[in-house]
Design a protein. Structure first.
Length: 285
């Protein structure tokens, strides 16, 4: 069997930076309680390892309000501005591990909304990154994920200013389609493609591999937005595409009759898991 592993598979810059930040705080502040506000990244294996080392995940704003000491690390997906304000008000020390590409969107949204722009965020409204971006708007903001929502988007006056940004892991082709629909409404519009270049390259590489192979394996946490997008893209190119979190989820019998297998992984998937899957597929076939 021929196995092709995507060169872009695994931790992206922002995820690696966030994970390294947590382990650095564990090492340098062993006497202090360390928390992350939300899971630092979307990967259960990584979170479990951090919990073994004493890191506690805070899951709600109410829990955060009870913290009076220790160190809080802000997740790679970022948080609304009010969370940073709350930590400052309570005098709690915090370390911001927000991905720099996401942080850039926060600055854009804060600045443009202050200048009177209605902010449109193209992304998944249930995702913490999008919730965080929305939380930096100083005025009205609308989240759009589907064509139906884009067509339904209306403002009082065509002269109103609109600034469009995107979730960093959003599907690039879908972003273009939604922007086209919004642009037809004749608003004074600024479109800023804030999809991470690494995300776009990862999606393009995964699609290219999926077109050529008999089966495709996509590795990543079920909550990972960028992994879900990869699975969707690969499924469109290869009917036999499998979404797994770890090697234990892979049914080897499904690969018995194939000659070529492609492997890719989300931006929050550790190399150790990718290597385990790749090595086992090579050994077994």
């Amino acid at each position: 069997m021929q196995v092709e592993l995507a060169k872009s598979a695994g931790f992206c810059f922002g995820v690696q930076r966030a994970v390294d930040t947590v382990y650095k705080q564990i090492e340098e502040n062993s006497a202090e309680k360390i928390y992350t506000y939300g899971p630092i990244i979307h990967n259960e294996e990584v979170i479990k390892d951090m919990e073994k080392k004493g890191v506690e995940v805070i899951l709600s704003e109410e829990e955060l309000k009870q913290i009076k000491s220790g160190i809080v690390i802000i997740r790679s997906h970022g948080v609304p501005k009010r969370i940073c304000d709350l930590l400052d008000e309570n005098g709690v020390r915090y370390v911001d591990a927000t991905c720099p590409f996401v942080k850039k969107i926060h600055r854009i949204v804060e600045e443009k909304s202050r200048d009177g722009y209605h902010i449109v965020i193209i992304g998944n409204r249930e995702h913490p990154e999008v919730m965080g971006i929305e939380g930096w708007a100083q005025g009205p903001a609308t989240i759009i994920q589907t064509e139906e929502e884009a067509r339904a988007f209306e403002l009082v006056s065509e002269s109103e200013k609109v600034c469009v940004v995107a979730q960093t892991t959003f599907n690039y082709n879908k972003f273009k389609d939604l922007v086209e629909i919004i642009s037809e409404k004749r608003y004074d519009i600024i479109v800023l493609n804030t999809i991470c270049n690494a995300t776009k390259e990862r999606q393009e590489e995964a699609y290219d591999i999926a077109k050529r192979v008999d089966a495709m394996i996509v590795i990543g946490d079920k909550r990972s937005s960028n992994t879900q997008k990869l699975f969707e893209i690969c499924s469109n190119a290869c009917a036999d595409t499998y979404y797994i979190q770890t090697l234990g989820d892979l049914n080897m019998n499904q690969l018995r009759s194939v000659e070529t297998v492609g492997i890719t992984a989300g931006a929050s998937t550790p190399n150790k898991i990718i290597e385990e899957v790749q090595n086992n597929v090579r050994i077994n076939f």
